[in-house]
Design a protein around this ligand. Structure first.
Ligand code: TMP
Ligand code: ASP
Length: 236
């Protein structure tokens, strides 16, 4: 499988077409941005770590009944995935208040939520990915009711599978962001990545942040945190 032309370059990944119209190759970069691209930097080794962590977790999710776009890891930072058209929603799942939720509702970071919270944001950089609810999603036809129900069910399942798996590795899954796509026949699958860029991971014992918040908030030891996640998940 080889890359043909560059289809899309995002903030953290490049996506290439291949000789098979149904397959794409994702190439993860070390570039990091935050606050809708306002803050820029690089995190050495991030591309490789996010590729490997994402694939490891996507395989685990497939085994637990969540369909994903994952096909095959090609190299340390490249993966073959199924071509999808992305549903223009960021699906956020929260177990513990942190980040924008803590700020918006005036909660101390670390407040345990009595019930899992699901949020949707409309994917549009120019608008700053505004939060939307089911009414907006149906009115704007970002997804159908059937798709939204399926996506919500998958998101909660991902939360159950990952929370349980990570707990054994002394990692608390605080919150995370997912994206879904449609295959050519309309089937909804989990797409994009699941990595320290898109999740909040806190050490269950020390509470130490092991994710991109170290970059967003200039906490230092950013690379160490990414390596620690890789080590706990893959044993290296
Ligand atoms: P938030 O608290 O800033 O809304 O972030 C919630 C979760 O979503 C957190 O785990 C980080 C992740 N996230 C992304 O993956 N991409 C983004 O652009 C943002 C804002 C958050
Ligand atoms: N990656 C996103 C951006 O650049 C936001 C984030 O992860 O904080 O805006």
């Amino acid at each position: 499988m080889e890359k043909t032309n560059l289809l899309y370059e995002g903030k953290a990944k490049k996506v290439y077409e291949t000789s098979d119209p149904a397959l794409l190759i994702v190439d993860y970069k070390d570039d990091a941005t935050a606050f809708n691209g306002l803050k820029k930097g690089t995190i050495a080794g991030k591309g490789e770590i996010n590729n490997r962590v994402t694939n490891h977790l996507m395989k685990l999710l497939e085994q637990n009944g969540v369909p994903t776009h994952f096909v095959e890891e090609l190299s340390p930072r490249e993966t073959v995935v199924k071509r999808v058209s992305i549903v223009p929603l960021e699906v956020i799942v929260r177990n513990i208040a942190a980040g924008s939720l803590a700020k918006r509702l005036g909660l101390p970071e670390g407040t345990k939520l009595k019930k899992t919270v699901l949020e949707f944001c409309y994917k549009d950089d120019e608008l700053g990915d505004p939060m939307v609810n089911e009414y907006h999603i149906l009115a704007m036809e970002y997804a159908t009711k059937e798709e939204l129900d399926l996506i919500s069910g998958y998101a909660l399942k991902v939360n159950d599978v990952l929370s349980t798996y990570l707990k054994d590795l002394n990692i608390e899954l605080i919150d995370f962001k997912l994206e879904f796509g449609r295959l050519a026949d309309g089937t909804i699958v989990l797409a994009d990545e699941i990595s320290p860029d898109t999740c909040r991971f806190w050490d269950s014992v020390t509470g130490e942040k092991l994710d991109k918040d170290r970059f967003r908030r200039d906490l230092g030891h950013v690379e160490d945190a990414y390596h620690e996640i890789l080590r706990r998940l893959m044993g290296e």
